[in-house]
Design a protein around this ligand. Structure first.
Ligand SMILES: CC(C)(COP(=O)(O)OP(=O)(O)OC[C@H]1O[C@@H](n2cnc3c(N)ncnc32)[C@H](O)[C@@H]1OP(=O)(O)O)[C@@H](O)C(=O)NCCC(=O)NCCSC(=O)C[C@H](O)C(=O)O
Ligand SMILES: [Mg+2]
Length: 292
């Protein structure tokens, strides 16, 4: 399924054990919220966090925000119960951590299905281990429920023994491999988190670098970073105006029997129009969302 027109510019992690954060998510301008049961929750608080997330979702009030539950791995004492809860909660997607093979996705999917998860419940996968990156292509093709790959650059930097710099150059091969796998399978893909909350300039730069690489949005750890991510990952006014202009010009050319047209001296073919249509659809989806 190609889900790239859905805005996922800003995707905020919220510890499932933090009731205040879960409450605050109802009013934040993030495109999606990840209610985390994994690394943001201490082992002693796992059960309580599962209950808080379920309660928050039963209460609702998250409006247009896409709701994602990050579960613990099936190799932990909490993963199975997390999946059973996620299958029955009113969420849009389940985020599987540290995915290393298509089989890991299929095992989680089988548990969700057996627990009565609706067909609409999507699966997102964290790409954050060397083995997972090496298997990105088979993971991206593992399930019809799969919609989004999410880079876990903190775990990845730890496992690669590389620096976690704002531009992520030491991880460039891993990032590009996952982008290739996601696009080949028609999935969306999100960049990893920027950990330094005092580094506003570095954060903006990392968003810009991610947007240029082809990511659909950025995962975030604090509400104060949502605005910049929304701005950087939205198509610019110039891109949208240019997109609309070439779509119109190309339509006219096709009506006259031509497959190419020059707009302001630039050659426009079908492939440029496809890119422009994606940008226009995305901006329309953002406008729809902002008008609610
Ligand atoms: C980093 C934090 C612990 C900082 O929290 P805090 O000290 O409370 O910050 P502030 O006082 O500045 O907060 C101001 C208000 O904003 C709310 N808040 C803060 N963070 C969030 C949030 N993430 N979601 C919702 N609301 C949030 C506070 O409650 C304050 O509200 P108010 O009461 O109205 O003033 C904290 O930001 C935090 O816990 N962040 C998330 C950490 C997390 O989820 N980490 C795990 C995901 S990252 C990861 O695992 C990546 C991946 O797996 C990898 O390997 O790379
Ligand atoms: Mg991680």
């Amino acid at each position: 399924m190609n889900t790239n027109a859905r805005p996922r510019r800003s995707v905020l992690y919220m510890p499932g054990s933090n009731a205040r954060a879960l409450e605050k998510g109802r009013s934040l301008p993030a495109d999606a919220l990840i209610m985390d049961l994994e690394d943001a929750v201490a082992p002693a608080a796992k059960g309580e966090a599962r209950g808080l997330v379920l309660e928050a979702l039963e209460a609702g009030g998250y409006g247009h925000r896409e709701i994602v539950i990050r579960v613990n791995g099936l190799d932990t004492p909490w993963g199975y119960d997390d999946l059973i809860m996620a299958a029955r909660a009113n969420a849009d997607a389940v985020l599987l951590p540290k995915v290393e093979s298509a089989d890991m996705v299929r095992r989680a999917e089988a548990i969700l299905r057996a627990a009565g998860a609706p067909d609409s419940l999507a699966i997102w996968c964290m790409m954050e281990t060397p083995r997972g990156i090496l298997h990105a292509e088979e993971i991206a093709d593992a399930s019809r429920r799969l919609e989004v790959l999410v880079m876990g650059t903190s775990d990845l930097a730890k496992d690669l023994h590389c620096a976690h710099t704002e531009m992520r150059l030491p991880m460039l091969h891993s990032l590009s491999t996952c982008i290739l796998a996601a696009r080949a399978a028609g999935l969306a893909i999100l960049d990893g988190v920027h950990l330094d909350l005092n580094d506003d300039e570095g954060f903006r730069e990392s968003c810009r670098a991610g947007q240029e690489m082809g990511f659909d949005g950025k995962t975030l750890i604090h509400p104060k970073t949502i605005g910049v991510a929304n701005e950087v990952f939205a198509p610019s006014e110039e891109d949208v105006a240019w997109g609309r202009k070439i779509i119109d010009a190309y339509k006219e050319a096709v009506a006259k029997g031509s497959a190419v047209v020059l707009v302001d001296g630039k050659l426009i073919e079908n492939l440029h129009v496809e890119g422009a249509e994606r940008i226009v659809k995305l901006v329309e989806a953002i406008e729809d969302r902002d008008s609610v």
